[in-house]
Ligand binder design. Structure first.
Ligand SMILES: Cc1cc2nc3c(=O)[nH]c(=O)nc-3n(C[C@H](O)[C@H](O)[C@H](O)COP(=O)(O)OP(=O)(O)OC[C@H]3O[C@@H](n4cnc5c(N)ncnc54)[C@H](O)[C@@H]3O)c2cc1C
Length: 334
């Protein structure tokens, strides 16, 4: 079941599923559980782990574990469904999931704002998060990304000049957004939309970033989280990790402190760049994988984030559920 199919199915009931992102037409519920997928609604509903009430999965020794009752409260030991979220296919093959639904708000407002600096965006994000009931998304495009997406995909420029930071905020609820939502943008250059075609037009600037970047070259892709208070320092410092000839692209889910760091124009095999960025992230108290996971490509750097004790515990779990090591060998734990 793809995410798009899940959304369409759930919409017929008047409810909604709280996870959404650009790969909705191809990614599957099993893959989303396996990667603990995030996306643009995490700021409101949390990532996949928060939506999964139960799973059915086949473990490495062919045992089928099944817990699909969907009880809100069930403290009867280890939460296997939670354990499988983010396991990247290394512990079991997910064959069914029981998912939490959320109410579908009838009204939405999207605001795209031009801001002068990352610090200003972080401050605005903190204010929106703490004062706006119904904040549904809080995204960011930095480092010339807005111009890039306009050029590559032939989109109209939303502002007369390229702003250093473009922040996209969405409110969802019934009726009009609370004054705190609109007041937050006082004195800021904005474009807003309430109707669906207008909202989708604004979302394209953010959602088509990966497509636009792919058109300028094969990128090094890193997906990191920073504590919000250190996001600006990271943005300043990360440019120093990019070798000459490289082009830095920064965008992501500001509400979660999650930045996608893409660099084009650098040899895909040059791992020094990836390592420098990941070490910078760790030095600032962040995470080397916000939502894309570790896979094989980043397995050699997992030790930057996880202690040897944690890695040993993770290996013990892997050994217990996949004793022959046949499930996604080499991924996550290397
Ligand atoms: C344009 C674009 C935008 C994206 N945006 C986001 C985003 O905002 N947030 C985000 O989190 N991700 C994003 N992604 C990444 C990705 O699409 C998601 O992480 C998604 O959850 C992967 O699901 P999939 O079905 O495509 O899995 P795959 O990519 O096929 O597999 C991913 C991992 O899950 C394992 N797996 C797959 N199915 C199962 C199963 N049934 N049981 C056990 N293991 C399984 C695989 O072995 C692999 O390790 C984006 C990708 C693209 C292309």
């Amino acid at each position: 079941v793809t995410l798009a199919r899940l959304h369409a199915h759930v919409a017929r009931t008047g409810w909604a599923f709280g996870v959404d992102f650009g790969a909705r037409d191809s990614c599957t519920v099993g893959g989303m559980v396996a990667t603990n997928a995030g996306g643009m609604r995490v700021v409101r509903h949390g990532s996949m782990r928060a939506q999964v009430l139960g799973v059915e999965a086949v473990l490495g020794d062919a045992t089928v574990v099944r817990s699909l009752d969907g009880l809100v409260k069930d403290n009867t030991g280890y939460h296997l469904a939670g354990l499988l979220c983010g396991s990247e296919g290394t512990l079991g093959v997910v064959t069914a999931a029981r998912l939490r639904l959320v109410p579908e708000p009838p009204d939405r407002v999207v605001v795209l704002a031009a801001l002068p600096a990352v610090e200003v965006a972080v401050e605005l994000a903190a204010r929106l998060r703490s004062t706006v009931d119904g904040l549904d998304a809080l995204e960011v495009i930095l480092a010339g990304g807005l111009g890039l997406v306009c050029d590559e995909l032939d989109l109209p420029r939303p502002f007369p000049a390229e702003p250093p930071v473009a922040l996209l905020a969405e409110w969802a609820g019934a009726g009009d957004p609370p004054p705190s939502f609109l007041d937050a943008f006082d004195g800021v250059d904005t474009v807003a939309a309430t109707d669906q075609p207008g909202r989708l037009r604004l979302w394209r600037y953010r959602e088509d970033m990966a497509l636009a970047i792919a058109r300028v070259g094969l990128p090094h892709k890193l997906d990191v989280t920073l504590p919000l208070g250190r996001l600006a320092a990271f943005c300043d410092a990360v440019a120093g990790s990019v070798p000459s000839g490289g082009r830095l692209h920064l965008f992501g889910h500001l509400g979660d402190g999650n930045l996608h760091v893409n660099v084009t124009g650098v040899d895909p095999d040059d791992e020094a760049l990836d390592e420098a960025v990941l070490r910078l992230v760790v030095s600032l108290g962040g995470s080397i994988s916000a939502e894309h996971g570790i896979g094989r490509a980043k397995a050699r750097w997992l030790h930057l984030q996880r202690s040897s004790e944690e890695l040993a515990a993770m290996r013990a779990v892997k050994q217990a559920l996949d004793p022959h090591g046949i499930l996604n060998p080499g991924a996550l734990l290397g």
